[in-house]
Design a protein around this ligand. Structure first.
Ligand SMILES: [Fe+2]
Length: 365
């Protein structure tokens, strides 16, 4: 794909692309965004005149997508409600009116890669009903920041991502504190790696369990990052995900069998032993990790975010492992699909976890 500035000669094909995008929006239940002929030819001409309008082309020059990257203050972003920008001082770019032709994939990734090459701080807003766009933004590392209002009074959800430049908090932190923060990040990374290797060793010879642990850890981290967890909470969550099933073998050794209750009963003591042997965990971290291990099958023990994400990550993997044969594309039976929908309704609360569940099990197209 290539990206070049749009010209007025591109307007007809751009409008064709917008028509396809609007049809897709309507089909997905987004009835209110881009209505009444928006964006009009005049809007597109104004974008082109200001030098903000771009088209994405294939190698042969065929236009497959369009977007606006405006590197200037946007008056509608001056006030944000129910949240705050990651940074409201550095210059930023805003991506608007992004649309691609039906059946073309990877445009968002390419547009973002190119745009972050122009400016490291990007804001985007989208309609509350535009779930695919919200999903894409989270997937590409944007953080939901709050609500903004367009000049006509319409509400939009606002997102921001900053790549190489520092956030305001980091910028205002003395360098000594930055060094401490860096040391702390290194400690956490090292701990997670050591714990992951220790768990592989603990379950040696049992690839199924090792695969399970590794996947639950990966999904927990992925959901945690998208939900904007702070470093410490993410660290505790990742550690708990790695040891969450550590009580299985202890239960089997002691009782000859295992179940969720026995895992919760036997797991915390074994987890504590392992964490203490590895060292490097504070007492508060160990305490929290063991509590999560001891409650990860209770489901309603708490509404804390680390607990919630651990449960969702475990479900994402268990639902697949429990129905592996039926999980080929389009082959879920109605009964299994109902089970998954019921789990979704009862146990999934985070946006990122729910989107992942939907992507994995409930989308057949
Ligand atoms: Fe599990």
């Amino acid at each position: 794909m290539k990206i070049r500035k749009s010209t007025t000669a591109d307007i007809p094909v751009m409008q064709h692309i917008f028509a396809e995008a609007k049809a897709k929006m309507r089909a997905s239940g987004n009835m209110l965004q881009w209505t009444d002929g928006y964006p009009s030819d005049d809007v597109l001409k104004a974008d082109i005149q200001r030098g903000f309008s771009y088209v994405v082309t294939e190698a042969d020059g065929k236009v497959i997508a369009t977007f606006v990257l405006a590197i200037c203050d946007d008056p509608t972003y001056k006030i944000i409600y129910d949240g705050e920008w990651l940074d409201d001082e550095q210059p930023y770019g805003t991506i608007h009116r992004i649309a691609s032709r039906e059946g073309v994939h990877g445009v968002m990734a390419e547009v973002l890669r190119w745009s972050f090459g122009q400016i490291a701080n990007i804001r985007v807003d989208t309609h509350r009903d535009n779930l695919p766009m919200q999903h894409l933004l989270l997937k590409h590392g944007f953080t939901y920041c709050g609500i903004i209002y367009l000049l006509n009074g319409d509400e939009r959800l606002a997102y921001q991502k900053i790549t190489t430049q520092m956030t305001k908090t980091q910028e205002m932190t003395p360098s000594a504190t930055n060094a401490t923060q860096h040391d702390e990040q290194v400690r956490r990374h090292t701990q997670i790696t050591q714990l992951a290797l220790a768990m592989i060793d603990y379950d040696n010879g049992d690839p199924k369990r090792i695969q399970h642990t590794t996947k639950v850890h990966a999904y927990a981290a992925l959901i945690g990052l998208q939900e904007g967890l702070d470093d410490e909470t993410l660290f505790v969550l990742e550690s708990a995900a790695l040891v969450h099933d550590i009580g299985i073998r202890a239960s089997e050794n002691k009782y000859g069998h295992q179940n969720g209750k026995l895992q919760e009963q036997e797991g915390p003591a074994v987890a504590r032993q392992l964490l203490n042997r590895l060292g490097g965990y504070t007492e508060a971290e160990t305490e929290r990790i063991c509590w999560l291990v001891g409650h990860h099958h209770t489901y309603y023990a708490s509404d804390a975010i680390d607990y919630q994400i651990l449960i969702e990550a475990d479900f994402l993997v268990n639902l697949y492992e429990d129905h592996e044969d039926s999980c080929c594309r389009g082959s879920l039976t109605g009964q299994i699909e109902n089970t998954i929908r019921s789990v979704r309704k009862r146990f999934f609360k985070t946006t990122a976890g729910t989107m992942m569940l939907d992507e994995m099990f409930l989308k057949n197209e």
